[in-house]
Design a protein around this ligand. Structure first.
Ligand code: 28G
Length: 594
């Protein structure tokens, strides 16, 4: 893009910021952990826009010790020139007016509405303090704000030999339930942004732990797929293509592995579209059609491949960038633009069929795998039909119900946990019903979920971590929609109880413990909870289960993917990654609970 000789007149001005403080959730989603982190993303989004415009190559996020956040970019610096109509510097308008944007917004990839792209002014409104430094015109400018209101005019505070913008803010603790940021949450989103914006340097540093990351992926979403398939046995090199059509950019990277899970991540303008949408359905349609027609053309015809066969073991990232994205769905993470479906469909169709033509041996490996999936599916269907005809299953709405045994002495009783209707049916028929019980578990149907919050509550020790990892891997592999819908949560029990006379306080991490001890002086006793069992019912309720006081960590697809990856490393057939993992982590294990 070419610098169009920006003049301050180009800014359209909309409403004021009072509304934001009155109803913060309308603008930032919610005021919990999620909303707090959105504050950072909102500021970073602005810097990303500057990178998309072609003027910024590096973005840094710093988590300071006092819960303030600094975001720095090396873009052009927000204009400070006077806006003739408002008689105010452009930066002040950007910082104080809701949804201030340029007339030429269509030329940038800004997102309209929803949780994202509401503008940096929302962050300003919800911050106790905010300082903005701008390097521009060989000068450093500064303006300070509190609760969204300027404390002074824009003033020159120094000289600069480069350009850029730096924003430091302290989220208002009267608005947010908690103003502590998580390094892991921020890094995982920043890593994702680095994948989605190839070549862009994104850094994060936590000053209290000295942890830091530098993300930069020259190969963009290709590296993303590599990351997803890390430690998996892959069947071929990553297939990648990018194409523009009618102002929409489509970027796709995909690679099959030898496992059975499908891992498709879709994005629209760098927003993770968890609920999918037109880009994802265009991708899936093209995939099914392309593979089936390739199979047809090459005389492979014994079974028709369904879309599920075709996606077994597929890891893919689909990223589209478009001018006026429409976000729909419960969490506004479903792309609605209908024209996008056809665009993605035709680009994927072209890209993929070219790839298959040019790599016949890879095509054969992939199609063989799909054929196996199709055969397995067909065999399962036949077995199911057979048992149904035989009337083994009563076809009631609860096929997964326990078939109990009659014996009451547990010492003599057995229970079989059996996968699938058909095996379950045979087991029920074949067993000795006196002492053998059968519990079949069936194909998972998210619509039958009876709980929309499934909370994993484990001890805060190594065993607890293992159980969490195991459960997340299980949910991820066999009940993925539970994770996609955000139904899975982790309970957050406290690590310490600190007593001083009759005051009891709980600390959920070491930093909190230190703070509380400082406040109590010398007269206190401290108990380290080794397990949930050490808490009495009231304590467990107060600290971990009372909805007005508890913190739940919602498990994201990325979290579950990490668990799945860990599981693959530790349990998989590849020895090398496991050896590496043990070598790398052996030194970290210091307080092993045994
Ligand atoms: C570090 C934290 C967050 C930003 C810029 C640069 C310009 C700008 C930002 O313009 C008005 C609206 C859309 C064009 C643009 C500078 C043109 C010329 C800019 C940021 C005018 C605002 N020179 N860098 N805004 N735009 N970085 N980082 O916020 O049409 S915001």
């Amino acid at each position: 893009m070419i610098d169009s000789g920006y003049g301050a007149t180009h800014i359209q001005v909309l409403g004021g910021l009072e509304a934001v403080r009155k109803r913060p959730s309308m603008y930032i989603g919610d005021t919990s952990v999620r909303g707090l982190h959105h504050m950072v993303y909102e500021v970073v989004d602005n810097a990303i826009d500057e990178a998309l415009a072609g003027f910024c190559t590096e973005i840094s996020v710093i988590m300071h010790k006092n819960n303030t956040i600094t975001v720095i970019d090396n873009g052009r610096g927000i204009p400070v020139e006077m806006h003739p109509k408002y008689n105010k510097p452009a930066v002040e308008i950007v910082m104080t007016k809701l949804h201030a944007g340029g007339k030429f917004d269509k030329n940038t990839y800004k997102v309209s509405g929803g949780l994202h792209g509401v503008g940096i002014s929302v962050v300003n409104a919800l911050s106790k303090e905010l300082d903005i430094y701008i390097k521009r015109n060989d000068k450093i400018y500064l303006q300070k704000y509190a609760y969204g209101k300027p404390l002074c005019n824009v003033k020159v505070v120094g000289e600069a030999d480069e350009t850029g913008t730096k924003v430091t803010f302290l989220a208002d603790d009267a608005i947010f339930e908690n103003i502590e940021y998580s390094f892991d949450i921020l890094s995982s989103r920043l890593r994702e942004l680095a994948f989605l914006n190839k070549g862009l340097n994104i850094n994060i540093k936590d000053e209290s732990t000295e942890k830091s990351y530098e993300f930069c992926y020259e190969e963009g979403i290709k590296s993303f797929v590599e990351y997803i398939n890390k430690n998996k046995k892959v069947l071929h090199d990553i297939v990648y293509f990018q194409k523009d059509k009618n102002g929409t950019t489509v970027e796709v990277a995909l690679q099959y592995n030898d496992a059975y899970i499908e891992n498709i991540f879709s994005f629209a303008n760098s927003i993770n579209t968890i609920e999918g949408g037109t880009h994802l359905s265009g991708f899936k349609t093209a995939l099914t059609r392309t593979f089936n027609s390739y199979a047809d053309k090459n005389g492979i015809k014994d079974v028709k491949l369904t879309s599920n066969d075709i996606r077994e073991g597929l890891s893919a990232v689909v990223s589209v960038k478009l001018q006026e994205p429409q976000f729909e769905g419960q969490t506004k993470t479903k792309l609605g633009n209908s024209e996008v479906k056809g665009i993605v469909d035709s680009i994927v169709n072209n890209g993929l069929s070219t790839f298959l033509e040019e790599h016949p041996s890879v095509a054969k490996t992939i199609i063989d795998k799909m054929m196996n999936a199709a055969r397995a599916r067909e065999a399962a269907r036949k077995a199911r039909d057979l048992t149904r005809r035989k009337g083994v299953l009563n076809n009631s709405s609860l096929p997964g119900k326990l078939a109990d045994c009659s014996e009451k002495d547990p010492g003599l009783c057995e229970i079989y946990i059996v996968e699938g209707d058909s095996a379950g049916g045979s087991a029920k028929q074949g067993r000795n019903r006196k002492f053998q019980a059968i519990l079949p578990f069936d194909e998972f149907d998210i619509n039958k979920a009876r709980y929309h919050k499934i909370i994993i509550m484990t001890d805060a020790d190594i065993d607890g971590n293992h159980i969490t990892c195991l459960l997340l891997t299980f949910f991820y592999r066999y009940m993925k929609p539970l994770i996609e819908q955000g139904y899975i949560y982790l309970a957050m029990p406290p690590l310490y109880m600190i007593k001083s006379r009759n005051i009891i306080k709980y600390a959920y991490n070491d930093a909190e413990k230190d703070m509380i001890i400082k406040g109590m002086g010398s007269n206190f006793s401290i108990q380290r909870y080794k397990g949930l069992g050490e808490m009495n019912p009231k304590q467990l309720w107060d600290t971990t289960m009372d909805i007005s006081n508890r913190t739940l960590k919602q498990v994201s697809v990325e979290d579950a993917l990490l668990a799945d990856n860990m599981f693959t490393v530790l349990m998989g057939s590849e020895v090398e990654p496991r050896r590496k993992f043990i070598e790398e982590h052996a030194l970290e294990v210091k307080d092993l609970d045994v």
